[in-house]
Write a protein that binds this ligand. Sequence first.
Ligand SMILES: NC(=O)c1ccc[n+]([C@@H]2O[C@H](COP(=O)([O-])OP(=O)(O)OC[C@H]3O[C@@H](n4cnc5c(N)ncnc54)[C@H](OP(=O)(O)O)[C@@H]3O)[C@@H](O)[C@H]2O)c1
Length: 278
Amino acid sequence: MKVLVLGANGMLGSEIVRSFRRFFEVIAFGSKEADITDQTSIQKMINEVKSEIVINAAAYTDVDGCEKNKDHAIKVNALGVKNVAEACKEAGSKIVHISTDYVFNGTSKKPYKEDDETNPINFYGESKLRGENYIKEVFENFLIIRSEWLYGAGGKNFINLVIEKAKNAGKLKVVNDQIGAPTYTKDLSEAILALLKKDCRGIYNAANKGHCSWFEVACKVVELLKLKVSVEPIPTAESNRIAKRPGYSVLDCNKLKRDTGFVFRPWNEALKDFLGLI
Ligand SMILES: NC(=O)c1ccc[n+]([C@@H]2O[C@H](COP(=O)([O-])OP(=O)(O)OC[C@H]3O[C@@H](n4cnc5c(N)ncnc54)[C@H](OP(=O)(O)O)[C@@H]3O)[C@@H](O)[C@H]2O)c1
């Protein structure tokens, strides 16, 4: 089977390319070869490749940047996704699209299910939700996978930031009132494979098991790597970020388990793996 990956140079896209090459013929395009905002060329390209599956891992992922550059956020995360969906419909390809926990407002007290009400509190989440909605309007042959707090090889992410900062500072201040599940791109790629093997359609949550605050993640990284840095908890109000962040971002992955049998590892096990400790 042939799989086309868009956004193939990103943190998740590059991991999907690596993992999927074990099973499929993978065609991988970064933003230079395939700009999803260019409707004509993306349509032509998807039609020429005619793969059974198109994975869209392309997105404008700078959460604070989205607040300042709303037009660009819409262009990539909403209209770009619509371009890909329409091209997939024409080419007879299934679209697999990656979305986010940020479509929820984070006020829940229990893990979010796929059909819980969406209500983003920042523009990144808003633009991603519009992208999801466009796909649903275009056709039914879609798989939307909502994940959260991603980290992995070759990406700008929180784990690498902690390691980098620990080298240069004696003290780290990290928010302790945002709760979620750090998710390893390698594990997420396996979950996507499981969904494809069962030919699942619709929306699925996919994240490593358990939950914690960013502060706890930082402490775990420092403990595991025996870094010489102290970590201080702070409230979000003190973090000086432009975009609001949801306070509670845990995703219920029971639908994924029910339909594929796939169960994620606990987040701290996956983290040890990423850090090369198992
Ligand atoms: N990171 C997270 O914590 C997180 C959490 C939940 C969901 N997600 C979702 O997971 C997906 C992958 O995220 P990631 O963390 O791997 O992001 P990433 O590392 O920022 O990768 C995104 C990729 O999209 C490409 N891109 C941007 N604009 C494009 C365009 N117009 N056409 C084609 N490609 C374009 C970028 O290429 P250039 O660098 O060349 O611009 C980049 O390689 C995204 O849909 C994101 O919303 C991420």
